[in-house]
Write a protein that binds this ligand. Structure first.
Ligand SMILES: Nc1ncnc2c1ncn2[C@@H]1O[C@H](COP(=O)(O)OP(=O)(O)OP(=O)(O)O)[C@@H](O)[C@H]1O
Ligand SMILES: [Mg+2]
Length: 280
C-alpha cells in the first residue's frame, strides 16, 4: 500500500471566526477532513482513533468536529466514545449517555440498541444541504452521523476494552459505516488507547500546543509506534502560528467478524449493508 502524507491541521479554537493570519474552526476541520480522506483513500471503511499524550488536549472536541465535517461531505460516519473513564462525546452531540459501549461490552445491550443518529449543525449542516457541493471522495448521499456513547463509567475500563467484544464492535461499525472515529483516553496516563489503537486503521494525535511539552508528545508517539499503531497525523490544537507541514504514514489491518449478539441488527438501523444494498 502506498503511503500518503498527512499534514498537520491547525485548530485555533472552536467556532472561531476567521481572523488575519488564522484559519476559522470550520476551515481548519475541512482541511483536516481533506487530509484524513487522502490518507485513508485506499481503505474501504477506515476507523480512526483520536488520542493525545495527556488529558485535556482536545481529543473529544476534535473527534466531534471532524465527525461532523466528514459526514457533511457525504459519508456515513459513526463517532464512538471509547473513553470509558471520562466519557464526554455524548455531550458534544447533546445525546444521553444512559447506555452505550460499556453496556455492549458487558453484554447488557447491543450496538444497535445504543447508536443514536444526530443531525449536523452549523457549517456542516449547510454544506451537507448544498446541492452544488462536490464531495471529497464522491459519496453520493447527504451524509449521516451516528454516535455510540460510552455508557456509564466502569471500574476496570482496560479489562473491558481489552476483550474480544471491542474488536467485534469496531468491526461491525466499519461493516456498516464509511468512517468510524473513536474518542479515547490519553496515551501516557493509561493503556486504554494503545489497546484500542491496535484495532483501528490508524490514529490522530491531538497536541495542545503551548501547554504540553515536546518530550511528552514524543513519548506518546513512541508508545503508539511500539504498539504498531500508525499515526495518520497530528492535530495541533490551539495553534497560534502558521508553521511547517510534516508527513505521516498509514496502514491498515483487518479483524475477525463480529457476532450478532454483540452487534444487533445494524443493517436495519443504518438502512443499508456494507456494500450499500438496502436491507430486505
Ligand atoms: N481549540 C480550542 N480552543 C478553545 N478551547 C478548546 C479548544 N479545544 C478544546 N477546547 C476546550 O478544552 C477543554 C478540553 O477539551 P476536550 O474535552 O476536547 O479535551 P480532551 O482531550 O477530550 O480531554 P480529556 O482528556 O479529559 O478527555 C474543553 O472545555 C474544550 O471545549
Ligand atoms: Mg475527552
Amino acid at each position: 500500500m502506498a503511503a500518503e502524507g498527512l499534514r498537520r491541521a491547525r485548530v485555533r479554537r472552536p467556532r472561531a471566526p476567521a481572523a488575519a493570519g488564522f484559519v476559522s474552526h470550520d476551515e481548519a476541520f475541512r482541511t483536516l477532513r481533506s487530509n484524513v480522506l487522502v490518507a485513508t483513500s485506499e481503505l474501504a471503511h477506515p476507523s480512526i482513533m483520536i488520542t493525545s499524550a495527556v488529558p485535556g488536549e482536545g481529543k473529544t472536541s476534535t473527534c466531534a468536529a471532524l465527525a461532523e465535517s466528514i459526514a457533511a461531505s457525504g459519508p456515513m460516519v459513526v463517532a464512538v466514545d471509547l473513553d470509558l473513564r471520562r466519557p464526554d462525546l455524548h455531550t458534544r452531540f447533546g445525546v444521553e449517555n444512559t447506555r452505550g459501549v460499556s453496556d455492549v461490552l458487558s453484554g447488557r445491550a447491543t450496538v444497535a440498541d445504543c447508536l443514536v443518529r444526530v443531525g449536523l449543525t452549523g457549517d456542516a449542516a449547510a454544506e451537507a444541504a448544498d446541492p452544488d457541493d462536490t464531495t471529497d471522495r464522491g459519496y453520493p448521499g447527504r451524509g449521516a452521523l451516528f454516535v455510540l456513547p460510552a455508557g456509564l463509567p466502569v471500574s476496570h475500563p482496560s479489562e473491558l476494552l481489552g476483550g474480544p467484544r471491542t474488536a467485534q464492535v469496531l468491526e461491525a461499525l466499519c461493516e456498516h459505516a464509511d468512517f468510524v472515529l473513536i474518542d479515547t483516553p490519553p496515551v501516557l496516563p493509561v493503556a486504554d488507547a494503545l489497546g484500542i489503537g491496535r484495532l483501528a486503521s490508524g490514529a490522530l494525535l491531538v497536541v495542545e500546543t503551548g501547554r504540553v511539552p515536546l518530550p511528552a508528545v514524543q513519548r506518546a508517539k513512541a508508545e503508539l509506534a511500539r504498539n504498531q499503531i500508525r499515526v495518520l497525523g497530528m492535530v495541533l490544537n490551539r495553534f497560534e502560528d502558521q508553521g511547517s507541514l510534516a508527513p505521516y504514514h498509514y496502514d491498515y489491518t483487518a479483524d475477525a467478524a463480529p457476532s450478532a449478539s454483540t452487534v444487533g441488527d445494524l443493517s436495519r438501523l443504518f438502512g443499508r449493508s456494507r456494500n450499500g444494498s438496502r436491507p430486505t
